[in-house]
Write a protein that binds this ligand. Structure first.
Ligand code: ADP
Ligand code: ADP
Ligand code: ZN
Length: 220
């Protein structure tokens, strides 16, 4: 099976939560540019350190940096079967670069899923989000708490709040989404590959809506 899907939506919409589960279910890699950039920053590579300055403020990392990363990632062997792209593209320039990359590989996008979530719910999700230092698993202090407060269920790692999930950076990120990323809705709608889903409600209900949108029935 081959499946190339973009999870598109504002910060906090639940893209990462859904991509984690569904990419595994579909047997394709979950490619999250935010995770890749944070990993590069943690390792202290020149690219990572440059990116971190933008990320901590809630600004976008320059297009050429992110396009280069995704180009390399899509050329890896596991991505021949497809991918769930989470957090990329985020600008029209990135979307155009992705089209070129896929055309060079002789492939194309199957579907773009837009997660529609109201602003108050985004704020609630972002300010309550906690991530594991060890494995990157995502929690929410109210709606998806770990069994032991502050401790990861999967690896016992310590949970922390992302610098850019503090209130100052959150407002910037939501504005950046509106001005730079939301034009992609029209970009993909014109190609008739956009499906909008309701991103609010139980995680399992959102997953079901996504499966339907990409034509993947629940595995029995
Ligand atoms: P969220 O899941 O909350 O939307 P991400 O983890 O996807 O956040 O991204 C965190 C930060 O990483 C962004 O605010 C931005 O600085 C940077 N980033 C991630 N993906 C991209 C991208 N495609 N283009 C530019 N910057 C990006
Ligand atoms: P994104 O990758 O789009 O930024 P995440 O998947 O990291 O979003 O989710 C943001 C926060 O919202 C996390 O704390 C996560 O646990 C929580 N969350 C995700 N999906 C739901 C949902 N359907 N209902 C309530 N909270 C959710
Ligand atoms: Zn963990």
């Amino acid at each position: 099976m081959s499946l190339r899907v973009i999870f598109l939506g504002p910060p906090g919409a639940g893209k990462g939560t859904q991509a984690d589960e569904l990419a595994r279910e579909w047997g394709v890699p979950h490619i999250a540019t935010g995770d890749m950039l944070r990993e590069a920053a943690r390792r202290g590579t020149p690219l990572g350190l440059e990116a971190k300055r933008f990320m901590d403020e809630g600004a976008l990392v320059p297009d050429d940096v992110v396009i280069g990363l995704v180009g390399e990632r899509l050329a890896e062997p596991d991505a021949v079967s497809g991918a769930v792209l989470d957090g990329f593209p985020r600008t029209v320039a990135q979307a155009e670069a992705l089209d070129r990359l896929l055309r060079e590989q002789g492939t194309a996008l199957d579907r773009v899923i837009f997660f529609n979530v109201s602003r108050p719910e985004l704020l609630r999700r972002l300010t309550g989000r906690r991530v594991c230092r060890g494995c990157g698993a995502t929690y929410h202090v109210v709606s998806a708490p770990p069994r032991v407060p502050g401790v990861c269920d999967r690896c016992q790692g310590q949970l922390e709040q992302r610098v850019d999930d503090r209130e100052e950076a959150v407002a910037t990120r939501l504005d950046v989404y509106e001005t730079q990323t939301s034009p992609l809705l029209e970009y993909y709608r014109r190609r008739s590959i956009l499906t909008e889903i309701k991103g609010e409600g139980a995680v399992e209900d959102v997953a079901a809506a996504i499966r339907t949108a990409v034509g993947q029935a629940v595995p029995s």
